[in-house]
Design a protein around this ligand. Structure first.
Ligand code: MLT
Length: 268
């Protein structure tokens, strides 16, 4: 059984999220430009052992756009509002890509609340100069109404082997097209301005899960491996035949590895 909830706080008038199952809490954050539906299969599967919470980050799915000058810290506060509302003391937060940028911002601000941190095809580093320039150009494109073209170009390479995923690609394009251009701009601003956080990894006392796709073209494995040994306890999984979307490309591995990680984090 899962339950869709909408709550509000003075900072966030509308926060939409889904709660699956019961048990120690695991919060799964979606990436750009997706929404909580990306986690449906994984969340349903984990729900027999965990209370899984999947928010729509502000401006995605059913959570309304907040501000063009959104930050990963704002989104971490948004997640914190859910944690407070649910009365949770310790949680695991695992984020996919942009969701990981939010998860590590949360770990930076509220380390004591985390039993574990999951970085699923994500990085603790900030954007490079080139990446920021690409984002600026994309923001200009979104302002001119070019978001449809952008999304059609960006989704297929998320998969390691574009062939064979036509149905999933079409589904992800449809999901992505639900995100308004002003929300796309706000997410790009948040990602572009995010701080470098690999330097905080050594201070984190909670275990950190790293999931890497061998064929990830968004965050290539060679740019990620060094940081996967920086925290005190690291669970590192490298999936072969997988790009940026293990919840679709390697769902069984991801479910099992998330569950093992969560059991370990809550048994310490
Ligand atoms: C994502 O998958 O969330 C984004 O592609 C991440 C990014 O653009 O850095």
């Amino acid at each position: 059984m899962n339950e869709n909830k909408v709550i509000s706080t003075s900072q966030f008038p509308e926060i939409s999220y889904t709660v699956y199952g019961d048990g120690p809490p695991v919060i799964l954050l979606h990436g750009f430009p997706l929404n909580r539906t990306i986690w449906e299969d994984v969340a349903s599967d984990l729900a027999d052992r965990f209370k899984v919470i999947t928010p729509d980050l502000p401006g995605a799915g059913d959570s309304p756009f907040l501000t063009e000058r959104l930050s990963v810290e704002d989104m971490a506060e948004f997640v914190h509002a859910i944690i407070a509302h649910e009365g949770l003391e310790k949680v695991i937060i695992a984020g996919h890509s942009m969701g990981g940028y939010v998860a590590i911002a949360y770990a930076d601000k509220y380390p004591g609340n985390l039993a574990g941190l999951g970085m699923i095809h994500s990085t603790a580093r900030a954007d490079s100069k080139e990446k920021k320039e690409q984002r600026m150009k994309a923001i200009e494109l979104f302002r001119k109404g070019g978001e449809k073209h952008f999304i059609h170009q960006m989704v297929p390479p998320l998969f390691g082997n574009g062939k064979g995923y036509d149905t999933e690609i079409n589904r992800l394009i449809s999901t992505s097209l639900l995100t308004s251009s002003k929300s796309l701009i706000s997410f790009y601003n948040a990602m572009m301005d995010r701080r470098e956080r690999s330097s905080i990894l050594h201070k984190l006392t909670m275990p950190v899960l790293w999931v890497l796709g061998e064929d990830d073209k968004v965050l290539p494995i060679k740019d990620l491996t060094q940081q996967t040994s920086l925290a005190n306890v690291n669970y590192v999984y490298v999936y072969s035949d997988c790009g940026h979307m293990s919840m679709i490309e390697a769902p069984l591995n991801l479910k099992n590895d998330l569950a093992d990680f969560a059991v370990y984090c809550y048994s310490r």
